[in-house]
Design a protein around this ligand. Structure first.
Ligand code: FAD
Length: 291
């Protein structure tokens, strides 16, 4: 099933993200966690490609497992900036052959060895190049793209970011998933601005349940996202008590999700990061809403 079919439904739902193992030895534990999350019957599950230190070689295996063996629709992420055209084309062929219908088309972070070199020499410079590649592959993929309510760290300003976002959508992106954010008003403002700019595809808000204090620092460093005072005081108060921090972080994320549903959003993507117990608690908290 294409993710857009899920996103166009008016029924509230959540989807979860998992990342591939960092080592071969960790494959079984990631597979077990993925299976547990799939048992919660999310609307779909996404599998990252080399993000967060995970390797990229298992993305497809895990996405196929989720779809074929755990009975949940899946989307495989794919990045392009650190790859040659040959590699990307062969990955696309493999994804198609595996029967995966959904691809998250990403640029990826620029690897150290490319920093300072001439982008004209790279096979791919932006995610839009990958979207063109997918469109010319002859396969009928549902294509997702990333977007940044608080602008991408490399962008000069939001107008420029939205200009390129529109270019990516016009190239063939069917839906967008947002970077994490901790203040829903930032998302509502962003939605207003992109709709005004003529971007009409579904936008899936991405929510990160922060379950330990270190994760906040990492999240802020990675995305540059704004941390509201209410969230800061929660980390100050509970950050040194793992159990309390986990409970408070899940409650905060649940609160954000409920507010999104209350304001007309029907699908929310949760960065549950291979933690079935976090995914389970979020689902329990939403039991009466996601029926
Ligand atoms: P792009 O859309 O190419 O945008 C990157 C920057 O370039 C932006 O500033 C944009 O405004 C600008 N830009 C875009 N097009 C042009 C153009 N034509 N000319 C000039 N400037 C342009 N990373 C991973 O490695 N693996 C993953 O699985 C992964 N999953 C992600 C999922 C989501 C939902 C999000 C939000 C991010 C994810 N990332 C992942 C991180 C992502 O790869 C990085 O944020 C990366 O730096 C940008 O990727 P992008 O696809 O948004 O790039």
């Amino acid at each position: 099933m294409k993710i857009t079919e899920i996103l166009n439904s008016s029924k509230p739902s959540v989807s979860f993200e998992v990342f591939p193992p960092k080592t071969d030895a960790a494959y079984d534990s990631v597979q077990a966690a993925t299976k547990e999350i799939a048992k919660l019957s999310p609307s779909f599950m996404s599998v990252t490609y080399g993000a967060g230190g995970g390797t990229s070689k298992y993305t497809l295996n895990i996405a196929k497992d989720i779809k074929d063996n755990f009975g949940v629709e899946s989307i495989a992420h794919l990045t392009c900036v650190s790859s040659t055209k040959e590699t990307v084309r062969s990955r696309i062929d493999d994804i198609k052959a595996a029967g995966i219908e959904n691809i998250m088309a990403l640029r990826g972070d620029i690897p150290e060895e490319l920093v300072g070199s001439d982008p004209a020499l790279w096979d791919y410079t932006h995610a839009v190049d990958l979207v063109h590649e997918l469109k010319s592959s002859g396969a009928d993929f549902c294509i997702g793209g990333a977007c940044y309510p608080e602008i991408h760290p490399e962008s000069k300003n939001q107008a420029e970011d939205i200009f390129y976002l529109k270019e990516k959508v016009l190239a063939g992106v069917d839906f967008l998933t947002t970077q994490m954010f901790f203040d829903n008003n930032i998302l509502y403002n962003f939605l207003y601005k992109i709709r005004e700019a003529g971007i009409t595809v579904p936008v899936l808000p991405g929510i990160m349940p922060i379950t330990n204090a270190l994760q906040v620092q990492r999240a802020v460093k990675l995305s540059g996202c704004f941390v509201p005072g209410r969230f800061k005081s929660l980390v100050d108060k509970f950050g040194s008590d793992p159990e309390a921090m986990k409970q408070a972080g899940i409650a905060y994320a649940t609160d954000q999700i409920i507010d999104l549903f209350a304001n007309g959003i029907t699908n929310v993507h949760v960065y549950s990061m291979n933690k079935p117990e976090v995914a389970q608690k979020i689902c329990d908290n939403l039991k009466g809403i996601i029926k």
